[in-house]
Structures are given as structure tokens and as C-alpha cells.
Ligand binder design. Structure first.
Ligand SMILES: Cc1cc2nc3c(=O)[nH]c(=O)nc-3n(C[C@H](O)[C@H](O)[C@H](O)COP(=O)(O)OP(=O)(O)OC[C@H]3O[C@@H](n4cnc5c(N)ncnc54)[C@H](O)[C@@H]3O)c2cc1C
Length: 245
């Protein structure tokens, strides 16, 4: 196994933001991404700030560890909801101890761990066969970056419902649905191979492999925001697209 490196622990970093003012570069990058790209995180921060257990550091956390491995994967492909063990994850994060967050300590306390290999497929050439078509993961399996996957499935459902209402002929309705959604989701599949908006973290790391005190000197806010905004437009999450829908 070569080139083994942890990339991101986004939910952990974001939860820590609710409790801590002093931000590490990693937390700052995560906070910037959260501000610009993910409403769900903003809600989580508010909820955490409001509840007593969170204030006392006793929240039940759902964390995700995103691990990229070079060479042959030590994990089984295409086998999800497989139960793993704390040790499977812990070994990648033993040195992730910060003065504001003890990641190995947090991982050690997990009662259940699941392993999800990140898999996608080349965008398909067609989705529809007669009166049957695809939507959601069946139509466009993608890396779960940028809060996508389920979100794209919801956009598919909206598009297919609108096409069926507008077009009395089912075949034409499905043609219309596929023409709208297949190219749009293919773009997201391809963008997610580059980590979607989360690529700001890798970019900052590439630009300053030795670390940095202030992310602003490495990857200014305007550039991070532009990456997030571009992705929102591509995925159909930008304000104009949402209001138009
Ligand atoms: C760890 C992880 C984190 C994720 N985070 C996000 C996120 O933050 N935001 C986001 O938008 N997306 C996220 N996703 C992706 C999201 O979960 C999927 O994109 C979404 O669930 C796809 O919905 P779907 O309805 O197309 O497919 P599924 O949710 O897979 O539903 C398919 C259903 O069909 C059933 N089924 C399968 N075969 C048969 C059969 N032969 N007969 C009857 N039923 C069958 C399955 O049991 C399942 O219930 C994440 C995924 C993972 C694994």
C-alpha cells in the first residue's frame, strides 16, 4: 500500500467549530467550505450550540473519515453497509491530535463503524428503455462529494415529475427528462472525481505542503468562494437555479 494519507474529517472539524474559537488551518478550511457550500452544517452548528449535551462535550457524533489509498485497495469494492472496526480507521489518524481536538480519542469511542468504498461509474450513454428509466444512484453513481448523490436524486425526481405532467406521451416525457438530467448529472459525476467543492482542502495542502498559519495567505477566501460557487452552479444548488426551479 503506497501513498496512504488521510484527506478529510469534515464532520468532525465542523462539530468542533461549534465549540472552539481558535481555528487550525484544517478547521478554517472546513469552516470556509461550510459557510459557502453546505446549509446542513450550519443547522448542525446551531443545534449543537443550543443543546446542553453539546456544551458539555457529550454529543452523539456521526463522523466520516475520507481515506484515499494508493495501489490496490485494502477494502472490498462495491460492498456497502459493511460493518468495520474502530481499528480499521484509527490506524490512519493516530497523529491527528490537536490542542482543540483529539481525533484518535474521538474515533476510539465509536460504538459502530461502517465501511463504504467510494465508487462511481463513467456517465451512461442512455437511461431509458421504453417506458422504464433510471434515476438517482442507479442513473449516476458518483462519489459522495459536495452533499450530492441524494440531492441529485431529488432533482431527478422533480424533473421527471415535471416532464410527466407537461408531456402526455410517456416516451416523450422520459426523453425530455433524460435530456435535461443526464448531461447535468454527468457533469457532477466528473466534478466529484476532483472532490467537488471539497477540493479546496487538497488545494491548500498542495500549495503549502509544509502547513501554514493563515489559510488566507495560501488560498484567499475569494478563490475558495469561487470554487464553491462554481460547483453550486454545476450541481444546480446556486440561488438562481433553486429559485428558478
Ligand atoms: C457515507 C455516505 C455519505 C453520503 N452523504 C451524502 C450527503 O451528504 N448528501 C447527499 O446528497 N448524498 C449523500 N450520499 C449519497 C446518497 O446516500 C445516495 O446518493 C442516495 O441514497 C441515492 O438514493 P437512491 O434512491 O438513488 O438509491 P438508494 O438510497 O440506494 O435506494 C435504493 C433502494 O432500492 C432498494 N433495492 C435495491 N435493489 C432492490 C431490489 N432488487 N428490489 C427492491 N428494492 C431494491 C435498496 O435497498 C434501497 O433501499 C452519501 C452516501 C454515503 C454512502
Amino acid at each position: 500500500m503506497t501513498n496512504l494519507r488521510p484527506l478529510a474529517l469534515v464532520p468532525i472539524l465542523l462539530v468542533a467549530l461549534a465549540c472552539e474559537q481558535k481555528l487550525s488551518p484544517e478547521a478554517q478550511a472546513a469552516q470556509d467550505m461550510a459557510k459557502s457550500a453546505d446549509q446542513r452544517v450550519a443547522m448542525l452548528e446551531k443545534e449543537l450550540a443550543d443543546i446542553k449535551a453539546a456544551k458539555e462535550g457529550r454529543s452523539l457524533l456521526n463522523w466520516i473519515a475520507d481515506i484515499r489509498v494508493g495501489g490496490p485497495s485494502p477494502f472490498r469494492r462495491e460492498d456497502w453497509s459493511k460493518q468495520g472496526s474502530v481499528q480499521d480507521v484509527l490506524k490512519f489518524f493516530t497523529d491527528w491530535k490537536f490542542d482543540w481536538l483529539d481525533v484518535p480519542g474521538l474515533i476510539s469511542q465509536a460504538t459502530t463503524v461502517y465501511e463504504y468504498p467510494l465508487m462511481d461509474r463513467e456517465p451512461f450513454a442512455a437511461w431509458t428503455d421504453g417506458r422504464a428509466t433510471l434515476l438517482g444512484d442507479a442513473a449516476h453513481p458518483m462519489y459522495p462529494m459536495g452533499s450530492n448523490g441524494a440531492a441529485q436524486a431529488i432533482l431527478d425526481a422533480d424533473a421527471i415529475a415535471q416532464a410527466l405532467v407537461a408531456e402526455p406521451d410517456v416516451h416523450k416525457a422520459l426523453e425530455r427528462y433524460e435530456a435535461e438530467r443526464r448531461p447535468a448529472t454527468a457533469n457532477v459525476v466528473l466534478a466529484n472525481r476532483q472532490s467537488g467543492p471539497e477540493r479546496v482542502m487538497k488545494l491548500a495542502d498542495d500549495l503549502a505542503p509544509q502547513g501554514f498559519d493563515d489559510v488566507e495567505n495560501v488560498l484567499p477566501y475569494a478563490e475558495r468562494l469561487a470554487i464553491a460557487d462554481d460547483y453550486k452552479r454545476l450541481a444546480g444548488f446556486d440561488v438562481a437555479s433553486v429559485n428558478a426551479g
